[in-house]
Ligand binder design. Structure first.
Ligand SMILES: NC(=O)c1ccc[n+]([C@@H]2O[C@H](COP(=O)([O-])OP(=O)(O)OC[C@H]3O[C@@H](n4cnc5c(N)ncnc54)[C@H](O)[C@@H]3O)[C@@H](O)[C@H]2O)c1
Length: 258
């Protein structure tokens, strides 16, 4: 990580930061000097993550609930100060063939990955618009730019996330608010662990064989880490990216091209 404190004095809220990519993003923003609200639907995970991060506060926030989004954004601003940075990172996935996909699975993926991004953004906007400043980064996915068999519903929800990001960038630019997203590839997290098992079962492979296939599809030749994504998010939040908005940045080791 960089040694500068380029986000000193800023306040950030990260959704789904009890584990995985969100937790790494919370660490990276705190390393850069931000005070971070570590929020998750799993309060205990948020509490564990916040304990590792100087100055961080843990919070329950369910991104699928408008009330939860509004109450927790207000609470974070009350405790930490006006929100400079919002990271919409919470996400879920399931894996299934389309003919077996249930409406519940479809809704579960869309409620968190698409509607959740909208709800927490909407809750943060009145303050950001009034201050004419803000930085929003959404965790989309490589699946939001391409075809992904067995993950059609997840891919559709991530295409929605990217569509929302680009549209919001245009609408909110005149208020000084930047909106970008990162599109990770195959990242070592608990979500990936579940996917390796599901994909192995559906394709008759062991989880280790599926993982080896992911690495073969990655030109840089290794599995992606949560820290790889977090470094890019940190940069997007920094003054170095002050003229970057409406970007959907591939952080994949090149696997989005294979
Ligand atoms: N792991 C990958 O390979 C990969 C690749 C591309 C994109 N992503 C995206 O990265 C993001 C983080 O995923 P991860 O891999 O770290 O997974 P993860 O399962 O480790 O972390 C996701 C976190 O989101 C939380 N969460 C789930 N539903 C929530 C809700 N309704 N409200 C608030 N929090 C909720 C979970 O409790 C968990 O802590 C997701 O948006 C995911 O789609 C992951």
């Amino acid at each position: 990580m960089e040694s500068s404190r380029e986000l000193e004095g800023q306040v950030a809220l990260v959704t789904g930061s009890g584990s995985g990519i969100g937790r790494a993003i919370a660490h990276a923003l705190a390393d850069a000097g931000a005070r971070v609200a570590v929020t998750d639907i799993d309060l205990e995970a948020a509490q564990r993550a916040a304990l590792e991060i100087p100055g961080a506060i843990p919070m329950f926030l369910d991104v699928t609930s408008p009330e939860s989004a509004e109450t927790r954004v207000a609470e974070a601003e009350h405790v930490l100060g006006p929100l400079d940075i919002l990271i919409n990172n919470a996400g879920v996935s399931t894996m299934n063939r389309i003919q077996d996909l249930t409406v519940e699975e479809w809704d579960f993926n869309f409620d968190v990955n698409a509607k959740g991004v909208f709800l927490v953004t909407r809750a943060a906007l009145p303050g950001m618009i009034a201050r004419r400043a803000g930085c929003i980064v959404n965790t989309a996915s490589m699946a939001g730019k391409r075809a992904v068999p067995l993950l059609a519903h997840y891919a559709a929800s991530k295409w929605a996330c990217i569509g929302f990001t680009l549209s919001a960038a245009v609408e909110l630019g005149p208020f000084g608010i930047r909106v970008n997203c990162v599109c990770p590839g195959f990242v070592e997290t608990s979500m990936q662990e579940r996917e390796l098992a599901w994909e192995g079962e559906l394709r008759g492979l062991s989880p280790a064989e599926v993982a080896a296939g992911y690495i073969r599809l990655t030109p840089l030749g290794r599995m992606e880490t949560a820290a790889d994504v977090a470094r890019t998010v940190r940069w997007l939040c920094s003054p170095a990216a002050e003229f970057v908005t409406g970007a959907a940045i591939d952080v994949t080791g090149g696997s989005h091209l294979t």
